[in-house]
Design a protein around this ligand. Structure first.
Ligand SMILES: C[S@@+](CC[C@H](N)C(=O)[O-])C[C@H]1O[C@@H](n2cnc3c(N)ncnc32)[C@H](O)[C@@H]1O
Length: 496
């Protein structure tokens, strides 16, 4: 494989016109795109990777947006990397650039909290492979941010020529000739669905003559004209002269104070799931709400649990150690089965069946969640209630709801009568999230297995923590990530 096979547009990418294009595109797009980044709620000492970073236009802006982050930009074009290094020279050692291929990133698995890739996937062959590679280097729970071009999302009026025809006929022919997908803006979602990610969203940055200065917009088109007209002449039914004419016509429309032009730029985002293998979706439907269930059971240990060795005879099949005690990872690993050995009461394990997630569900924003517990006695009810309220306050962004106050949502947790079998007991439970109108939005089931009855506080702590973690995992509420108050050391995990 030659140096350029994974960057088939290397000639256009390395051209002087691309350097100015990237500057104009950043000026046009960043004001809207930065708001999308802010919506991720990422703070603190993040590790960020910018794949296909080009001249570092956006790496530099990300460094400003995340002042405590360490950033690495990779690209195949050394000249771009030099420009990027010059641009970020004042930022010190926390921003670095290196030559690397997006298809073989020289980083360990799970090394980054945020992986960004902008304006690149439309220009590489096998974009799904590059996306998989980006997911590989993300930490469980980490965020993938892809700005993907789609040459069917451009419209202008008035124009002299049939510009729509140019955009309908040109890109598929160009893509076929260069082995790339110039409609990646609409296909990326399906690629993401095949990867171990959750919380997929698709935003649009709207580059139009109402939101972006006409001059900036026109400069992007001029750079495309200068960089791509010849290649369009080679690869499509249009000659390079015709391609130039189309661009001139569009530039005139963009500059025409009575004209309207729009280029919609999709921005996809997703978070890496903690599941080592793709979850097996059961895809069931419940009470009119769409939800899917993973055939995976999981559990995370109760916070502040007593550290004791497991009781003899309690099974301990453990594999894999979570490397870092950060919330993102704590959340990410929920997708795997987690053994509680050595971190909880001598013989208490709590499991939940994760409900999985569906992209159609509306997220709660910053809700007030009223908690109701239905247990077999007042003591158990109070224990679990306390635990749930504490976990909600510590783990997610919620509004405080006073006791007795009606919440925006109700979280109802029900404990069944323990089933006692000699020394061991099982406490089945389920949790339901309801809207203020009583509509059931979400439900999970679980159990806490207890060796050495009677039941103690660790049973309730385990249930409370797992219910809240499942709410987060399924995307209903946003995790609170506070680097100054990190979550407890994550437990060891194993797949069941
Ligand atoms: C249009 S530029 C975008 C630059 C930058 N992301 C930005 O938004 O300003 C695309 C960049 O991707 C790089 N690229 C293309 N294929 C690549 C690959 N296989 N590995 C790494 N970089 C690649 C190109 O060299 C080019 O610098």
């Amino acid at each position: 494989m030659d140096e350029h096979s994974n960057n088939p547009q290397h000639r256009q990418m390395a051209d002087e016109s691309m350097v100015r294009n990237l500057a104009h595109q950043a000026a046009a797009i960043w004001p809207q795109e930065s708001a999308i980044f802010c919506g991720y709620g990422l703070v603190g000492g993040l590790d960020i990777l910018d794949v296909g970073c080009g001249t570092g236009e956006i790496t530099a802006r990300l460094a400003e947006l995340y002042p405590k982050a360490a950033l690495v930009g990779v690209d195949l074009i050394e000249r771009h990397l030099e420009l990027a290094r010059d641009r970020c020279a004042g930022l010190g050692g926390r921003v670095a650039f290196r030559k690397a291929d997006a298809f073989a990133l020289p980083f360990a698995d799970a090394a980054f909290d945020l992986v960004v890739c902008r304006h690149m996937l439309q220009a590489v062959p096998r974009p799904h492979e590059a996306m998989a590679e980006m997911v590989r280097v993300l930490r469980p729970g980490g965020r993938l941010h892809l700005l993907v071009e789609d040459y069917g999302m451009i419209h202008m009026h008035p124009t002299r020529l049939d510009v729509d025809r140019f955009w309908v006929d040109g890109p598929p022919a160009f893509g076929a000739a260069s082995g790339t997908d110039l409609h990646i803006g609409r296909t990326a979602y399906s690629h993401l669905k095949a990867l171990p990610v959750f919380a997929i969203s698709q935003h649009y940055v709207v580059v139009d003559t109402l939101r972006v200065p006409r001059e900036t917009f026109a400069s992007i088109w001029e750079a495309w004209r200068d960089g791509y007209a010849d290649a369009i002449g080679e690869h499509t039914r249009f000659t390079s002269g015709e391609a130039r004419e189309f661009f001139e016509d569009m530039i005139a429309c963009i500059r025409n104070p009575d004209g309207y032009a729009v280029w919609q730029v999709p921005v996809l985002s997703a978070r890496k799931s903690g599941c080592p293998v793709a979850p097996d979706f059961l895809g069931s439907r419940e009470a009119g709400c769409t939800w899917a269930g993973y055939a995976i059971r999981c559990g995370i240990p109760p916070r502040d649990a007593v550290h004791r060795e497991p009781a003899a005879g309690f099974p301990t099949a453990l594999e894999g150690v979570m490397r870092r005690s950060r919330l993102l990872e704590t959340l990410g690993m929920i997708g795997a089965a987690i053994a509680l050995t050595g971190a909880a009461h001598a013989g208490t394990r709590t499991y939940v069946s994760l409900a999985g997630r569906d992209d159609a569900i509306a997220k709660l924003g910053r809700p007030g969640i009223a908690v109701r517990v239905d247990a077999t006695n007042a003591n158990d009810t109070a224990f679990l209630m306390n635990e749930l309220v504490r976990e909600l306050a510590q783990q997610v962004h919620t509004r405080r709801v006073a006791p007795g106050e009606v919440g925006d949502y109700d979280l109802e947790v029900t404990l069944e009568v323990p089933r006692v079998d000699g020394q061991a007991a099982t406490v089945p439970f389920w949790a339901v999230l309801k809207s203020a109108q009583g509509e059931r939005l979400w439900r999970i089931e679980g159990r806490s297995d207890v060796l050495g009855t009677p039941l103690d506080a660790s049973v309730f702590a385990g249930i409370g923590r797992n219910v809240v973690s499942a709410l987060i995992h399924d995307g209903w509420v946003q995790p609170r990530y506070d680097p100054d108050n990190p979550p407890p050391q994550p437990p060891r995990i194993r797949s069941e």
